[in-house]
Design a binder for this molecule. Structure first.
Ligand SMILES: C[S@@+](CC[C@H](N)C(=O)[O-])C[C@H]1O[C@@H](n2cnc3c(N)ncnc32)[C@H](O)[C@@H]1O
Length: 232
């Protein structure tokens, strides 16, 4: 019998891989940087998705729109998209050279007071403060966690949400019902069905889901999932 794809994941291998990658947009996007349509289409797709969800994401009880960018790389998502929606952003990223570049990329937002904490840890070792976040944004990084660790991470994220807070997961999907292990960066690409199963296990309700449009055909399909805690 085949072993599950996620059983091959090794955190240290992922860190070694990303530490050797250029701390640039091209680097964090696997060669699909500013010379391609990917960064622009990605930002357009995310902005559109969040705009459509706006009425279902109203902060409650005088909370501010505090977001966290998970597996943030050099801060690309915060710099080009999240800062337009959130008042303040924390970032979680375990790779040192990316953190160093993040300080450069986010200098302007920092001056404006829009950057909060930068957590230099992996998601598996990160626990959000209870009730802190209006939005937890996880993009192109949760493949670094095995299924059970991803469920546990999402459960901790639920505790980290403000009332009416939202988790968004934006990730590649396999076009089949199986998950693929990539030994290059020690990550898995999950099927849409697997993601939905994991969300349910974590106690999350899928409130919206959309396929990212306009990406090169040779890439995996990319899907955005908006999630809220299931009512108890
Ligand atoms: C494909 S890059 C995406 C970066 C960023 N989300 C973006 O879209 O520009 C994957 C990121 O996941 C980070 N990563 C790898 N293992 C991780 C872990 N265990 N916890 C959090 N982030 C991790 C890598 O260092 C890298 O920054």
């Amino acid at each position: 019998m085949d072993v599950p794809a996620d059983s091959h994941i090794k955190y240290e291998d992922a860190i070694d891989y990303w530490t050797d990658v250029d701390a640039t947009v091209d680097g964090v996007l696997g060669g699909y940087g500013e010379g391609t349509v990917v960064p622009t289409m990605d930002v357009l797709g995310s902005n559109n998705f969040l705009r459509k969800l706006k009425s279902r994401m109203l902060p409650q009880e005088n909370n501010v729109k505090y977001a966290v960018d998970i597996g943030a790389g050099i801060g690309r998502v915060s710099k080009t998209m999240l800062h337009k929606h959130a008042a303040k952003i924390d970032l979680v990223e375990p790779v040192k050279p990316f953190i160093e570049q993040m300080h450069v990329e986010l200098a302007e937002l920092k001056d404006k007071g829009q950057i909060g904490q930068i957590y230099e840890v992996g998601m598996q070792d990160w626990t959000p403060d209870a009730g802190k976040y209006w939005l937890i944004w996880c993009q192109w990084c949760v493949g670094h966690l095995p299924d059970a660790e991803l469920v546990a991470f999402l459960k901790r994220c639920i505790v980290g949400l403000q009332p009416n807070g939202t988790i968004v997961v934006k990730e590649n999907n396999t076009p089949t019902d199986t998950d693929d292990f990539d030994e290059t960066d020690s990550s898995v690409t999950r099927s849409d069905a697997k993601f939905r199963q994991i969300f349910e296990e974590a106690g999350l309700k899928l409130i919206a889901s959309e396929r990212q449009r306009g990406l090169p055909r040779e890439l995996y399909p990319v899907r955005m999932y908006a999630l809220k805690p299931m009512p108890n």
